[in-house]
Design a binder for this molecule. Structure first.
Ligand SMILES: [Mg+2]
Length: 229
């Protein structure tokens, strides 16, 4: 049976050092003349970009028309690209990310995809910043649905289309860092490997009943064994 591993990005594989959240606010300031300091804190953990845009548009009193969202996303992505390339960028891959992706790719026992709230272009930029994009075949993104629970079937369908293999949910594992990642795995009947490298400690994640919960992905051999056996 083909195994499918669906990875979240922020807090799971990498940390942009605040560049992602800052770019979302840069776009608000640029387009709507609202200062970031006047807005309540954004709830980013496990959210989709579409859900975040909805929060922001409500806060600045804008209607969420397709044209307005397009304009907003273009601005956000331009700021994100700038911040990812900035000399003061302090983002980093999380412990074990690079080694794990290399080991999984080398082992060949699973197909690797993405299940992320980032819009596709934002996901590509973040992964490219660390040269990680080549490990992933396809995925589901924040521009596919606002509700993360709707992304699992999209990811499975896209991965099947790309690889020609069909994946029973018993062979699908979602790897993520928030209760919303765990919920979106449960929504499709898949397992979730939850990792405490984002805003939630492993102990807090474990109360949401993930299949496995780890402090981090640093132990490459152990994580490979968990994901491939
Ligand atoms: Mg995350």
């Amino acid at each position: 049976m083909p195994r499918l591993l669906l990875f979240d990005i922020d807090g799971t594989l990498l940390d942009t050092g605040g560049a992602g959240g800052a770019s979302l606010l840069d776009a608000v300031e640029e387009l709507y003349g609202v200062s970031r300091g006047s807005l309540p804190p954004l709830n980013l953990a496990g959210a989709t970009d579409g859900g975040i845009v909805r929060q922001l548009f409500e806060q600045v009193g804008r209607e969420m028309t397709p044209a307005a969202v397009d304009e907003y996303m273009r601005s956000y992505l331009a700021h994100l690209q700038r911040r990812l390339q900035d000399r003061e960028f302090i983002g980093q891959t999380l412990p074990g990310t690079r080694e794990l992706l290399q080991a999984l790719t080398a082992a060949g026992g699973a197909d690797l995809g993405l299940l992320t709230g980032n819009v596709r272009r934002g996901a590509e930029m973040k992964l490219a910043r660390f040269d990680l994009g080549g490990h992933f075949v396809e995925g589901a993104f924040g521009d596919d649905a606002e509700d993360r629970n709707h992304l699992g079937p999209v990811a499975m369908r896209r991965m099947s289309g790309a690889t020609g293999r069909s994946y029973p949910v018993s062979e699908v594992i979602v790897i993520g860092d928030t209760p919303k990642d765990i919920a979106c795995a449960h929504a499709i009947g898949a397992r979730c490997l939850a990792v405490g490298t984002g805003n939630f400690e492993a102990a807090a994640l474990s109360t949401h009943s993930p299949w496995v919960c780890l402090e981090n992905l640093a132990d490459t051999d152990r994580v490979c064994e968990i994901l491939l056996s």
